[in-house]
Design a protein around this ligand. Structure first.
Ligand code: F3S
Length: 282
């Protein structure tokens, strides 16, 4: 029997889903803002703008805004941002992912104890900027072996290492190992979230089983590209599409089993549309 299998982990992770739902709930009211685009998906952000939700890009944009509600996205923000929003008298609806909030708590507690914080992650990522904002400065951010080698810390203070939630586990291990050799008094907190890894593992498994594999996601989404590469290595007939209109249904050929997965910022309605159409075609 021919079958179409949709990966259980396709699309939004728990934290992103929760944040997007929160903005839609708030959108019913007037003067609603999101602090940074809620996800890196143009369609969702445009749809929310249609619902009257505006994006605040940074603190400078707060000038001229004196009332309303600001939703904080899953990546979280620094303490300074919370304080600025409060000072402005804005209502804060915090949709920071609980896994990110946990990191904020760790770095805050460790900073109070006098530890120096090292964040393994990408310095320019909003999540890392947010985490940094809960550390006693200076917090170090490391994402390459070279930076780990060059890292110099105060040898008289303990060191606490945390990770950006989406960092690659093997890379994290490698960088921690380099830092560990420097002889500091180190405590390591692996704060990587396994949502990304689970999605990749399921995609690999599905691609092994499928004759044709469809990967849905934005063209500039790096996690979707990664999913595509994983699937392509297991299943030669793997197709990367942004929406249903990119899919040539003829490419499904005589496949007996078609697998579908999607990147972390692909909305459910796009996934459902592809799934329904492929099933109908069969
Ligand atoms: Fe998603 Fe939260 Fe993990 S936003 S990737 S569930 S840390």
């Amino acid at each position: 029997m021919r079958e179409v299998i949709l990966a259980k982990t396709a699309g939004f992770c728990f934290g992103v889903q929760r944040a997007v739902d929160t903005v839609y709930q708030q959108a019913e009211q007037s003067s609603v803002y999101m602090y940074g685009p809620i996800i890196h998906n143009e369609q969702v952000v445009a749809d929310l703008e249609q619902h009257g939700v505006k994006v605040i890009g940074d603190l400078d944009m707060l000038d001229g805004i004196s009332d309303g509600t600001v939703v904080i996205r899953s990546h979280g923000v620094s303490r300074q941002v919370y304080e600025m929003l409060e000072k402005k008298g804005l209502k804060i609806v915090d949709a920071t992912c609980p896994f990110v909030l946990k990191i904020h708590k760790i770095v805050q507690d460790e900073s109070k104890k006098g530890s120096q914080i090292v964040i393994i992650g990408n310095e320019n990522h909003p999540e890392v900027e947010g985490i940094k904002g809960w550390c006693q400065p200076p917090a170090a951010v490391v994402d390459t072996a070279e930076k780990a080698e060059k890292l110099v810390l105060d040898e008289n203070r303990p060191v606490c290492i945390v990770s950006q939630t989406t960092f690659n586990y093997n890379k994290f291990q490698e960088l921690v190992e380099i830092i560990s050799k420097k002889g500091y008094n180190i405590s390591i907190r692996n704060t990587i979230c396994n949502a990304t890894e689970e999605r990749q593992a399921e995609a690999r498994q599905l691609a092994r089983q499928a004759d044709v594999m469809i990967v849905i996601g934005g063209g500039s989404s790096s996690n979707t590209r990664k999913l595509y590469e994983i699937c392509k290595s297991e299943c030669n007939d793997t197709f990367y599409i942004q929406t249903l209109s990119d899919l040539d249904l003829n490419c499904l050929g005589k496949a007996d089993c078609i697998g579908i997965t999607a990147g972390a910022s692909t909305p459910n309605n796009i996934i459902e549309e592809v799934y329904t159409n492929v099933r109908t075609e069969f």
